[in-house]
Design a protein around this ligand. Structure first.
Ligand SMILES: [Zn+2]
Ligand SMILES: [Zn+2]
Length: 185
């Protein structure tokens, strides 16, 4: 089955279930877009597709394990993915209310459902790539209390102090210190 063009009019009326484990869907675009994310445990998705008169329902879940750089210290961070999704992809060519005509154009450009020779198709590969991107944490942390990198020398502060911080001092602490001095005077 070609995951980027599933013929919706040949699906069984009660819908179809399938499991997708293809590297083409996730590993390949990660490489092509140069995204700093490595797949550690195969990503797979269980999908249910139901074609309806005005659109297509796609429901399922996605799981796997990826390695991303920590948002603070850049060290490898293992992230377990477990994302459920449910989308209704409206057919852009289906009848719409008149005020929706403008939206229909942009919808058609990047929609995952499309028409070819008058037949409806679903680009499941694109949809699953989108769900995968949504499942990735925006700011992954190697651990909740990651100390990050020293802004002065760049040392990973999880591995110990670098000595810079005590000299520069935190500006907020400096304000407090001044207060203290004042009170003593
Ligand atoms: Zn970190
Ligand atoms: Zn430092």
């Amino acid at each position: 089955m070609e995951l980027d063009r599933i013929a919706l009019n040949s699906l069984p009326a009660q819908g179809m279930e399938l499991t997708v484990t293809s590297d083409e869907v996730w590993a390949k675009p990660l490489g092509e877009y140069g995204i700093n994310c490595r797949i550690a445990e195969p990503v797979s998705a269980r999908v249910f597709i139901l074609a309806q008169d005005t659109g297509c329902l796609i429901r399922g879940d996605l799981s796997g394990t990826v390695v991303l750089p920590c948002n603070r210290c850049m060290e490898d961070t293992v992230v377990r993915l477990a994302q459920e999704f449910e989308e209704f992809e409206e057919y852009p060519w289906a009848e719409r209310e008149p005020e929706d005509t403008e939206n229909a154009v942009s919808f058609m450009e990047d929609g995952v459902v499309f028409q070819q020779d008058g037949m409806p198709f679903l680009d499941l590969a694109s949809l699953l790539w989108e769900e995968f991107s949504l499942a990735l944490p925006v700011k992954p942390l190697c651990r909740q209390d990651c100390k990050g990198l020293c802004p002065v020398c760049g040392k990973n502060l999880n591995q110990g102090d670098c000595g810079c911080t005590s000299e520069a001092g935190d500006p907020r602490l400096a304000a407090l210190r001044r207060l203290k001095v004042k009170r003593q005077a």
